[in-house]
Design a protein around this ligand. Sequence first.
Ligand code: T6T
Length: 315
Amino acid sequence: MRKAFAAALLLALAACGQPSAGGAVRVTLVQGLAGEEFYETMACGARAKAKELGVELEVQGPQKFDPTLQTPIVNSVVAAQPDALLIAPTDVKAMIAPLTQAKQRNIKIILVDTVVEDASIGLSRISTDNVKGGAAAAKALSEQIGGKGKVLVISTDPGVSTVDARIKGFEEEIKAAHPGVSSLGVQYSHNDVGEASKIVNAALAKDPDLAGVFATNLNSATGAGTALQQAGKLGQVKMVGFDAGPAQVKQLKDGVVQALIAQLPGEIGAKGVEQAFAAVKGQQVTAAIPTDATIVTRENVDTPEVRKVLYKAGC
Ligand code: T6T
């Protein structure tokens, strides 16, 4: 009996994790997707700020942008009990339950980039104004196609707050101010480059007069651009993509894509650490922090201000 009690106690202690040796604030960043340039740039910003504040930062992420892969990561982070969790939730609904567990264990949660539908989760939410970004993409694409023609939107999955907001902004802007542009609607690539290419190939077969494509994130843009290039449609079909990783910048310079909407993932990560630190120290946190976006074109891509906002594969 006594032995069983002692074993249970040991297990419970292990689940509580180890406090930092030096008493530093312990923060874990759970990315939406490991190794992807948007989230790697975010991690770089978070690491730099953590160093400045003396925060112990761990970074983890799933191999796919998928709540079934992100949930076990969150569960193991909760078991290790850091002081704060910065997370880009991969689904507005599916990530509520694991994050509620984290909240119940008194881990301070800061949402970076994406959010969940439960407004009580996330002491601070830091992200681009994605509706505005989607509207900017619509304006840029309409301008590229001379204000008329069919356009297609390629996104990842429904239920991802950021890309859903970009679609909303795009569709609203087209309806409100671009009467000659007709939207063929949204198709979902599950954030897979190959799937995004297939969607564009099928769209070109069905609508050979397709005039434009809006790709709502990195992988959608990479796949869509590759398909347009391989189909020999450069110049005929114009494209605007969200995000500005090395592959997107190359596509821009090669004339595959006409404009990119670059976010500030490094700043999102840095601000996330700042907010986490404040929350743990009982200082004031800011509920919502919007970060800027920049329209990148072939004309401005090599200017010093724009070079600063392009994403990196590592720090
Ligand atoms: O666009 C970013 C991010 O904002 C979005 O939530 C998911 O996709 C990216 O990581 C880029 O692939």
